[in-house]
Design a protein around this ligand. Structure first.
Ligand SMILES: Cc1ncc(C[n+]2csc(CCOP(=O)(O)OP(=O)(O)O)c2C)c(N)n1
Ligand code: SF4
Ligand SMILES: [Mg+2]
Length: 317
């Protein structure tokens, strides 16, 4: 006599996704472009979290960095310049079951897309946002961006840019309802990976500014910081970004910063003497707008019409 039916059942393991399950088209970025490092780190995050590719969406605007969705074997939307956030919000609002990532450049986010950026921070929808900040317009061949430091020589400012740059960290920290703000660098793969992992784990709008090399148009931009790790300060805290041993050893400058402390986060974000990397601010209790978009998902057309008619009746005269 055989045992109970349940003892004989075969347990088929769920599919394990390897890195190649997330690898899309061959990247067309220049050799040594920092975007490659970000792509690798994101693919590793997807593998670590075992994100189903068919339930994951990468959204972008226009720019070199915005070519990101093509290089992921997931769903993607390569949109219009400056408009990744409205697209990502639309997706998240009606499909809260999807994992949404946004790849945006400093021109895409902080220039033409700035209005959308501010409101996206306030909406605090659950998505992972990567600002690939190379301080230049790369795709259109070297124009000044809002994050270009003063004096940057570009095709729009051949004698050097005149205005001081926007600091995307300070801007984000200044918007009501900001819930996760971090900074990392493309040339430290371990810190980049830990930061993106933490950002993805956060419930809400996770904003990660990634200092990104553009060797084609600004080969010396971060040269000093790359060759001298003492020009970086690592933010540490038990609730911050995990710093693996190799990261701790690399950076002798570190500061304990509680990511619940908004005032201190703003002070650190102002620093110009060193590059601060780590988690500036995190508050998972902030209101999320996407939670309100899904309330009638699953309603039949008739049920939607009935609900609308109930509302219309309130205004009948
Ligand atoms: C509405 C509109 N305006 C301008 C452009 C031209 N344009 C394309 S990408 C870009 C800037 C890209 O810079 P950034 O967002 O920093 O991305 P990067 O190439 O540096 O990664 C501009 C101005 C466009 N495609 N659409
Ligand atoms: S132009 Fe700059 S940002 Fe664009 S792919 Fe080349 S190195 Fe990267
Ligand atoms: Mg740029």
């Amino acid at each position: 006599m055989f045992g109970l039916q349940s003892e004989c059942m075969l347990h088929v393991p769920e599919q394990y996704h390897t890195l190649s399950d997330y690898e899309g088209a061959q990247p067309r970025w220049c050799p040594s472009c920092g975007d490659h490092a970000v792509l690798t780190a994101v693919q590793k995050v997807c593998r670590e979290k075992q994100l189903p590719p068919e339930k994951t969406v990468f959204v972008s605007g226009i720019g070199c960095s915005s070519r990101f969705p093509h290089y992921m074997k997931t769903y993607g939307f390569h949109g219009l310049h400056g408009r990744p956030f409205p697209v990502a919000e639309g997706i998240k609002f009606r499909r809260p079951d999807l994992d949404v990532f946004v790849a945006t450049g400093d021109g895409d986010c902080c220039s033409i897309g700035a209005g959308h950026w501010i409101h996206a921070i306030r909406y605090n929808m659950n998505m992972t946002v990567m600002l690939l900040d190379n301080e230049i317009y790369g795709l259109t061949k070297m124009q000044t961006s809002p994050t270009s430091r003063k004096g940057t020589i570009s095709n729009t400012h051949p004698h050097g840019s005149i205005l001081p740059p926007i600091n995307p960290l300070i801007t984000t920290l200044g918007v009501a309802n900001a819930s996760f703000v971090a900074q990392t660098v493309d040339w430290n793969p371990a810190h980049l990976y830990s930061t993106l992992l933490a950002a993805h784990s956060h419930q809400g709008f996770s904003f990660v500014r990634i200092l990104q090399r553009c060797p084609h148009f600004s080969p010396n931009l971060f040269a000093e910081e790359i060759s001298n790790p003492d020009l970086t300060v690592l933010l540490t805290h038990e609730n911050g970004i995990e710093a693996v041993e190799e990261v701790q050893k690399m950076y002798k400058n570190s500061v304990v910063h509680d990511p619940a402390d908004m005032n201190e986060a703003r002070e650190i974000a102002q620093r110009e003497d060193l590059i601060p990397i780590g988690l500036f601010f995190c508050d998972p209790s902030k209101e999320q707008y996407d939670k309100y978009g899904a309330s009638n998902i699953g309603f039949s057309p008739q049920k939607k019409a009935d609900a609308l008619n109930v509302e219309f009746e309130k205004y009948a005269v």
